[in-house]
Design a protein around this ligand. Sequence first.
Ligand code: UD1
Ligand code: CA
Length: 494
Amino acid sequence: MNDVRPDAVIILAAGEGTRMKSTLPKVLHPIGGAPLLGHAMRAASGAGAAETVVVIRHQRERVAAFVDEFNGTAERACRTADQDEIKGTGRAVECGLTALPEDLGGTIVVTMGDVPLLSAETLGDLTRAHTEAGAAVTVVTSVLDDAKSYGRIVRDADGHVERIVEFKDATEDERGIREINSGIYAFDAAVLRRELANVTTDNAQGEKYLTDVLQLARSAGGTVAAHVLTDLWQTEGVNDRVQLASLGKELNRRTCERHMRAGVTIVDPDTTWIDVDVTIGQDTTVLPGTQLLGATTVGGEATVGPDVTLTDCEVGDGAHVKRTEGHLAVIGAGATVGPFSYLRPGTELGAKGKIGGFVETKNAWIGEGAKVPHLTYAGDAVIREGANIGAGTIFANYDGVDKHRTVIGRHSFVGSDTVLVAPVEVADGAYVAAGSALTDAVGPGQLAIARGRQRTIDGWVAKQRPGTPTEAAARAAATSPSPETTTESSEDPQ
Ligand code: UD1
Ligand code: CA
């Protein structure tokens, strides 16, 4: 029965989340590259829900804006429903129902916006168990050593679920129960609609409790079942930033494990952070201290790390990237990058190209096999196939008002310590002498030298720096050959 899907999922996300102590709504705090709510929405969509409703209230505009953004990339759009002044999880679900077709029947799953590790598979399992049992309500439970302030599952003498009692309403005996309500359920749609109308606010918190539906459904003759989960992380919610970090770490551990099982070597998962959307090809090695973030994709047989942070980057097969920061950059197959380089948006390094140490690039298209090996800033640059940029070259792209482009032609050679004052073009097959400040175009096959010619003044040190160690060294050098020269001439006849 693999095709059992929830007919609708209602995600509760109207609460304030005061313990986060944040101006950002709790459900928008991210782990693994997506807000908590995004994880809940993915699980719903992964379980194949025909309809998904997110119930909002606290900072509704910001949360609704995220739902819209998510819908832009999702197969099925989620709706939002506003919760009114009446408090409680039961009221939240009632408000959620108003966003669904009135005649929607079948199974409605309720989850929470702040439970990010709950998987689509678990929602599928829950729906299947609920359907097979013909239950009115199935609640996801777990058994904890320390049941904290969770709602407790009260079972009858035969072990059937009788009701849920909130911690604040529980007796001392009930508080001793270790089976807890995760807050995730599958409901028969008709039962849910009918019994929510009967729920009151007569309890310790004066709220409309969703949990009361279980007892009411049972009194009306329905079956109430429990779906016990042993993977406790999946039902854990985020209430504060300590839990945010611990769930974030666990999510990352699971993500790393998924990649390792698919054939990626991760030398140290403890210091490797991989966002949930990242893809990595087989036989790629990820070295310690690496963060692969956003929509980054890495090909196969590549090596990334140590100490690399890539956000929304594309790394080709067999590329090597070490100690580098990159954002919206493309690194071609077999290319090498780093150490200590900074690839800014619009960087495109061709296959087998090289960006070496201490290089910064921005809007730089670097062709196949082209090399920018040392200490360079390349902004608004086109460096065509096979070109070589000497150490310390600066692409001076900004005149203080506008940015301009520099083009270096195929297999051209820019000498070290050159300033390319944009806009300027070096044609294919040309040379620029080291130390040039280039302002004019260079044609194919030409050598451009744009610097002062060397003058060498005899006797300057003796005249201008008498009595210094430099002058003494000059005097000594004039009367006897230097030690290196002596060694070379005696041992190397050439
Ligand atoms: C709820 C359950 C409790 C369970 C626990 C699991 C009830 C009455 N109690 O308690 O049995 O053990 O979850 O975490 O359901 N929300 C709204 N609107 C509201 C109130 C809450 O949307 O008016 C949302 C919150 O944003 C949150 C979720 O519902 O995502 C749970 O709310 P919370 O106040 O944390 O419920 P608990 O008291 O923890
Ligand atoms: Ca809670």
